[in-house]
Ligand binder design. Structure first.
Ligand SMILES: Cc1cc2nc3c(=O)[nH]c(=O)nc-3n(C[C@H](O)[C@H](O)[C@H](O)COP(=O)(O)O)c2cc1C
Length: 390
């Protein structure tokens, strides 16, 4: 780690109060499905995967997309919170994250028609004979409408209104379990072509009832989920909502739709809009060829400005100066990193050093911080200030 010149407190390391929860900094570890749960239960893999981000100094650590119902899992290794059996391993992780200064958070979702496929590193392809031989059988999928996500994939069953109400209730029940497990923030997964997005987008939602047709009706399921989770989740704890700000293909959900949705979500007590994109039809990003760092930041900026709500930027945020600039320009209130955290779990502490924080090692638990601070002092006593050693 190289230590930069001291400056005023960088925005990235300014705490943020959301309701009664204060985040120690603005760096969020974005949810990352590990395909490694067993019957929805988190395992030691998840503990190791997530614990190191708290050790690395992140403000918030999100547990991956966690299914509120078994049929809502993406694959056999997806995590779940549809039963009380799922609470203890989550509670163990949440306690560790909190004990080491990170806000423990969880994303709650339902993948709808994108469920029942292989794991991510196998390309999310349809399950086949090899999976069956391992005992991993496909299960029937559901969606807003009976439209398959692609050639070779299952055709989902369109949910009835009674089934929609059951899923809304399942989201609330999962929120109560997240509270029992000690989580301090929830994110509703409304993005990436999953169930909520399958209602929002006119590319997929072909319903003619109260949940389909004009935008207000396509938003109804999303708003019902947000309202139910807000009611089940303590008023003192923040609620995030992840959107795909734009679908990409012509005729799809667009930024003006996202702003309208964000205004309604704010009214219902959602605190932060997490601005991702794509997930239905052809990928927006692949159509653009090579991706630029921060390619989704303009969505967070527009939603923040137009809907007057806090936003989180995500997507190829790689560099501390880039992250700081996003906050300094008022484009977002939080920055989320996913793959950069896999590459460098101590990215927050490294960012603190790069931005000139006087004691970046204070972000680490003392078991690491003490020794790294000592090493820095040995290398260059003048550059490390204000740190108590022992
Ligand atoms: C292994 C992996 C798993 C992911 N799982 C989820 C998930 O569970 N929920 C979600 O909303 N996004 C998921 N994502 C997307 C990330 O949260 C993030 O939005 C995306 O990777 C872009 O950020 P990055 O460029 O910092 O990686 C996943 C990404 C990766 C790499």
């Amino acid at each position: 780690m190289t230590l930069g010149a001291p400056t005023t407190e960088p925005l990235l390391f300014t705490p943020l109060a959301l309701r009664a929860v204060t985040l120690r900094n603005r760096i969020v570890i974005s949810p990352m499905g590990q395909g490694s749960a067993v019957d929805g239960r988190l395992t030691d893999w998840h503990f190791a995967h997530l614990a190191k981000f708290a050790v690395g100094g992140a403000g918030v650590v999100f547990v991956e997309d966690t299914a509120v119902r078994p049929e809502g899992r993406r694959n056999h290794g997806s995590s779940g919170l549809w039963s009380d059996d799922h609470v203890p391993p989550l509670a163990r992780i949440a306690a560790f994250l909190k004990a080491h200064g990170a806000t423990p958070a969880i994303q709650l979702g339902h993948t709808g028609r994108k469920a029942s496929v292989k794991r991510g590193w196998e390309g999310f392809l349809p399950l086949d004979e090899a999976d069956l031989a391992r005992g991993e059988r496909p299960w029937p999928t559901v969606s807003s409408s009976a439209l398959a996500p692609g050639a070779g994939y299952q055709v989902p069953r369109a949910l009835s209104t009674a089934e929609i109400a059951d899923i809304v209730a399942a989201w609330a029940a999962a929120a109560r379990r997240a509270e029992a497990a000690g989580c301090e923030a929830i994110e509703i997964h409304g993005a990436h072509g999953y169930l909520i997005h399958q209602f929002l987008s006119p590319l997929v939602n072909a319903r003619t009832d109260a949940y389909g047709g004009p935008r207000e009706r396509r938003m109804r399921f999303a708003l019902e989920v947000a309202e139910a989770v807000r009611a089940a989740w303590p008023a003192a704890k923040p609620l995030f909502f992840r959107v795909s700000a734009i679908d990409g293909p012509p005729g799809g959900w667009g930024l003006a739709d996202t702003v309208a949705l964000a205004r309604e979500l704010k009214r219902l007590g959602v605190d932060v809009i997490d601005c991702s994109s794509g997930g239905l039809g052809r990928s927006v990003v692949l159509d653009q060829g090579r991706l630029a760092p921060g390619y989704q930041v303009p969505y967070a900026e527009a939603v923040r400005r137009e809907a007057g709500i806090a936003t989180m930027a995500v997507g190829l945020i790689l560099d501390p100066l880039q992250a700081e600039a996003i906050l300094a320009r008022g484009q977002a209130d939080l920055v989320a990193i996913a793959r950069q955290a896999l590459d460098d779990p101590h990215w927050p502490a490294h960012a603190a050093a790069a931005l000139g924080c006087p004691d970046p090692y204070a972000l680490h638990p003392v078991q690491y911080g003490h020794w790294l601070r000592l090493r820095a002092r040995q290398l260059d006593p003048a550059r490390v200030r204000g740190a108590a050693d022992g």
